[in-house]
Design a protein around this ligand. Structure first.
Ligand SMILES: C[S@@+](CC[C@H](N)C(=O)[O-])C[C@H]1O[C@@H](n2cnc3c(N)ncnc32)[C@H](O)[C@@H]1O
Length: 315
């Protein structure tokens, strides 16, 4: 590829890095997204986790053979290293496939067990940049997590599709009376428990971790048994461990109505979805109010780039 294009990449990266780094420093944030597919010919997602860079390349038809592609990638990495100034061993590269089918979303990719700890708002989170497709902490929900913390005091909090339990940690730190963390993956439930442990959140009477299919789990809940719910499901899910598959466009009304059935009278649900074409079926959801808080929950490093929706739903 011509040097002019690489120069364009360098200029762009320098510009966005300077800008975002300044905003991050101002807000005391050490983990943020720097670049996301800003230039079509450089289809990277670049995130910073304190002193480590996560570089994911979206696969596309680039017309280069393997050797050419490797050489091109090396040049790009040189540029990234020059601008962001991290040590070689702190650059983690992932060739991230576009989600072509429903199965590959949460697959393991390696087995290095290379975990390290980062901090966000004084809380600790285990990150792994080598073994899974995602890192352990979804940076786009930084603001939503803080909202949850600020509203958790004295509440019974339920985190559905919890992944590594980052919302749960925030709720516990916000003095929730109880926090229940539910996910279908044993690995992620263990990761969530580990995140509690490193934050010294140890009260077994208050914190429970449930390995279950949310669809089935919701049917077991009693009315008025939860006050604050976070529900951040995948767009599709069809694990062998589930009775049937989940399609968020089709299933969100049932899921939300099941949660509303279990919610206390002043209860609130934070519902988020990454399905870009999502349309909320407000008419059929038995809530007193549904507020689109996508904009209010978009952090500076995702402005203009966010491909998810977020709603505050009240009982
Ligand atoms: C988008 S992630 C949730 C992200 C999380 N809210 C956060 O901010 O860290 C989706 C999670 O749903 C889990 N999952 C998928 N299908 C499920 C099901 N039927 N029941 C429970 N969990 C499920 C996956 O294991 C994954 O951890």
């Amino acid at each position: 590829m011509a040097d002019a294009k690489l120069q364009m990449f360098e200029n762009r990266l320098l510009k966005v890095y300077k800008h975002k780094n300044k905003l991050a420093k101002r807000q005391g944030i050490d983990c943020f997204r720097i670049y996301d597919h800003d230039l079509p010919e450089f289809p990277f997602c670049i995130e910073l986790y304190e002193n480590k860079i996560y570089l994911a390349e979206y696969l596309r038809r680039h017309g280069m053979d393997e050797e050419e592609h490797e050489a091109w990638l090396e040049k790009c990495i040189d540029i990234i290293r020059k601008i962001i100034e991290v040590k070689d061993e702190n650059i983690y590269i992932k060739q991230r496939k576009r989600k072509t089918n429903r199965h590959d979303q949460y697959e393991k990719t390696a087995n290095k067990k290379d975990f390290f700890v980062v901090e966000e708002n004084g809380l600790k989170f285990l990150i792994n940049l080598t073994d899974y497709l995602d890192t352990g902490l979804f940076l786009d929900h930084r603001i939503t997590r803080k909202m949850v913390m600020e509203q958790s005091e004295g509440k019974r909090v339920l985190n559905l599709f919890a992944y590594t339990g980052s919302f749960s940690v925030y709720a516990a730190a916000g003095k929730a009376t109880s926090v229940t963390t539910v996910d279908l993956s044993k690995t992620y439930i263990q990761w969530a428990e580990d995140n509690f442990t490193i934050n010294l959140l140890k009260d077994k009477n208050k914190y429970s971790f449930i390995h279950a299919d949310v669809k089935q789990y919701l049917k077991t809940l009693q009315p008025n048994s939860v006050d604050l719910v976070i529900m951040d499901p995948p767009t599709f899910s069809n694990s062998k461990r589930m009775k049937d598959f989940l399609d968020i466009q089709q299933d969100h009304v049932t899921l939300l109505n099941d949660v509303l059935h279990a919610l206390s009278p002043n209860g609130v649900i934070y519902f988020s979805t990454n399905y870009t074409k999502f349309i909320i079926d407000a008419e059929n959801i038995k809530a007193s109010s549904i507020k689109d808080i996508t904009k209010a929950t978009t952090p500076f490093d995702f402005e203009g780039k966010l491909k998810r929706w977020c709603y505050k739903i009240s009982c």
